[in-house]
Design a protein around this ligand. Structure first.
Ligand SMILES: [Zn+2]
Length: 413
């Protein structure tokens, strides 16, 4: 517990322009920043055990409230001790509210001031996603950091639509905070009705008094406003006027806009954000995006890209992304990346991993996922080392020049 009486704190050192090295303290440990959070959408980083994730050096992972709410149900996660106990990841954890998933996956979506009514992408069942309900779900799941419900729109949306969504997201932030704080004061609703249909074994062993207490969590607001600078500034201002936060996220990027717009929007937001709080850029995770964003003052990242690309046979290297299935790797005895110390690179060569992909062996997907997560986590560790040494700016320029030299760098998803 810090001096302010909360288990959350952030301190920085070794600044280089807007870039800085930091330490984000949570109830489940300290996260060194800049940091990449591997994404465990369903409470698991796809294909990897928690020990494998830990071995990459990852200190914090992300999970998704939308997916866990639909399956197995936030009540089930809570009955089984919360997501840390359920998933066996005992380090810092964050849940996204699922706003993005509701907009990208759900069917028959109706957005109103009250919230979002949608049909599940799994079974077509009808659900009511309001700011209050989302806070109850995230309180049940129990991650250290929980994200507000926000309204998402396409990256190239015009000014009027972007303004409407940004202003609604601010109003929803007020409702999220009121409900988040109410549960913090009054505790969580009794679990019985949430899991009544599931049978009683987990409930029989539940410590009911401890279960009702709200876990120690921090609510992060999300800056919206599309690619419109005046809206981004208004969003930051609205968030800062709404209260003091343990961290602030920049959302709504990497959703179809040009990379130059992504970077320009970060440059608009960062100067107005508090210097003494972590800045989390949501859903942006190609290696060059990470380095460019750290240069602009971002501290924390998440993205599904390393595991998704790994499952599709693409791996990260200092010279851009590479497709392992290419014929040129058939007799290639080199590791994926010579200077990488992940399990895949220290045990196997490209020829063997290519064979696994061609033969559709599941080990191939696991090895590339492992390498890609390790690569991004390691890239941020290197950024921290360079920041501490005062050499970050020169290092990052050289790193970006090499990454882009052969033109293989993939566009933002
Ligand atoms: Zn590797």
């Amino acid at each position: 517990v810090t001096a302010e009486g909360t288990p959350f704190a952030f301190r920085t050192a070794s600044e280089d322009g807007p870039a800085r090295r930091g330490w984000f303290t949570t109830p489940h440990g300290v996260v060194e920043t800049p940091a990449f959070m591997p994404v465990g959408t369903h409470g698991t980083v796809k294909g990897l055990t928690v020990d494998e994730v830990k071995a990459t050096g990852a200190q914090m992972i992300l999970s998704n409230a939308y997916h866990l709410y639909l399956r197995p149900g936030d009540g089930v996660v809570r009955a089984l001790g919360g997501l840390h106990a359920f998933s066996r990841w005992h380090g810092p954890m964050l849940t996204d509210s699922g706003g993005f998933q509701v907009f990208s996956l759900a069917k028959h979506r109706i957005v109103s001031e009250q919230g979002i009514e949608f049909r599940s992408h799994l079974d077509g069942s009808l659900h009511d996603y309001t700011p209050e309900r989302v806070m109850q779900i995230e309180r049940n799941i129990g991650a250290d950091v929980v994200m507000q419900l926000d309204e998402l729109i396409a990256g190239q949306s015009g000014l009027a639509a972007s303004r409407e969504a940004m202003e609604r997201s601010l109003r929803w932030l007020d409702r999220c905070r009121a409900e988040f704080e109410r549960i913090g004061r009054e505790g969580r609703a009794p679990l019985d009705e949430l899991v009544a249909a599931e049978g009683a074994p987990a409930l029989a062993t539940l410590d009911r008094a401890a279960d009702l207490a709200a876990p120690r969590q921090a609510l992060f607001p999300i800056v919206q406003g599309g690619i419109h600078p005046e809206l981004r500034r208004a969003s930051v201002q609205g968030i800062r006027q709404a209260g003091d936060w343990h961290g602030i996220a920049i959302g709504g990027l990497s959703v179809g806009e040009a990379k130059a717009d992504t970077y320009a929007t970060i440059e608009v937001c960062v100067p107005d954000l508090p210097r003494d709080k972590p800045r989390y850029l949501m859903g942006v995770g190609f290696p060059d995006d990470l380095v460019e964003s750290v240069r602009r003052g971002v501290d924390i990242f998440d993205c599904v890209v390393p595991t998704r690309m790994g499952r599709h046979g693409t791996f990260f290297s200092p010279d851009g992304t590479v497709q392992i299935r290419r014929a040129e790797h058939k007799l290639d005895r080199r590791p994926l990346v010579a200077e990488c110390d992940c399990f895949a690179c220290t045990h196997y060569d490209r020829a063997y991993i290519r064979h696994l992909f061609v033969a559709e062996e599941m080990l191939g997907l696991r090895l590339l996922s492992l390498h890609n997560v390790h690569y991004l986590v390691g890239l941020m560790r290197e950024a921290r080392t360079q920041l501490a040494a005062g050499t970050f700016n020169a290092w990052s320029e050289a790193w970006l020049a090499r990454y882009r030299a052969n033109g293989r760098a993939a566009p933002t998803q």
